[in-house]
Design a protein around this ligand. Structure first.
Ligand SMILES: [Zn+2]
Length: 229
């Protein structure tokens, strides 16, 4: 009888142990799945130009818009991802997106960008560019929205406002622009000319790490404000 009692007790202890382990494992997985939420928002960041199409060239540093756009796109991507936004890039290196066999490389490049936007499942598109103008005194970040795209206009307004309050010389009001990257989709989109490579002082700012981070942070805040509406 004594042997049986001990055996019963051992069985009880084992049973309680198993229940406890199941409980702990259950709680662990419940916490794990609720504490790593999926990104709620997805955006496309498009670094303008690439490959044969270098875009504008900095007169002082000789940097191409292709290269600088990619640096800005990557900085903006990092900031947005830290804010919990999922980012799809149209390009992640200096190459263009055109097919090597394409006779019209520009058209092929733009078609590929449109394809990436369509397949991204994103809520909005931000295209990164640098400006250049014959008049070297022109400067300041300018945001554009696509033709007849009301939500795009609101997005552009939010980004432009955010830039205007934190970045010197940034324009106050966005402009409507006839750009393929904005018109190829019904998604709200903003094309940002971050600054003028034709203005020496602004070129020096644009290539500096501090300015790059500061201006991309302002853009990311504008995007967040758009989402918060
Ligand atoms: Zn450009």
């Amino acid at each position: 009888m004594k042997f049986l009692t001990i055996k019963k007790r051992t069985l009880c202890v084992i049973l309680v142990g198993i229940i406890l382990i199941c409980f702990v494992v259950g709680v662990y997985y419940a916490v794990k799945t609720t504490s790593s939420p999926k990104a709620v928002y997805t955006i496309v960041i498009d670094a303008g130009h690439g490959g044969k199409d270098g875009g504008a060239i900095g007169k002082i540093t000789g940097i191409s818009e292709n290269e600088l756009n990619l640096q800005y796109a990557e900085t903006l991507k990092e900031i947005c991802e830290n804010m919990g936004i999922k980012v799809v890039m149209t390009r992640s290196d200096l190459n263009g997106l055109y097919s090597p066999l394409a006779s019209n490389k520009k058209k092929s490049d733009m078609q590929k960008r449109q394809e990436i936007i369509e397949q991204s499942g994103a809520d909005l598109v931000v295209s990164v560019h640098m400006n250049a103008f014959p008049l070297s005194s022109s400067r300041g970040a300018q945001v554009f929205y696509g033709l007849d795209n009301d939500l795009g206009q609101v997005l552009a307004e939010k980004i432009q406002e955010s830039l205007h309050v934190s970045i010197d010389y940034a324009k106050a009001v966005p402009k409507e622009g006839d750009f393929f990257i904005l018109n190829c989709t019904s998604l709200p989109g903003a094309l940002i000319e971050f600054g003028f490579l034709s203005n020496a002082e602004e070129e020096n700012l644009l290539v500096s790490q501090e300015y790059k981070y500061e201006i991309c942070l302002a853009v990311a805040h504008g995007i967040l404000e758009f989402y918060e509406m």
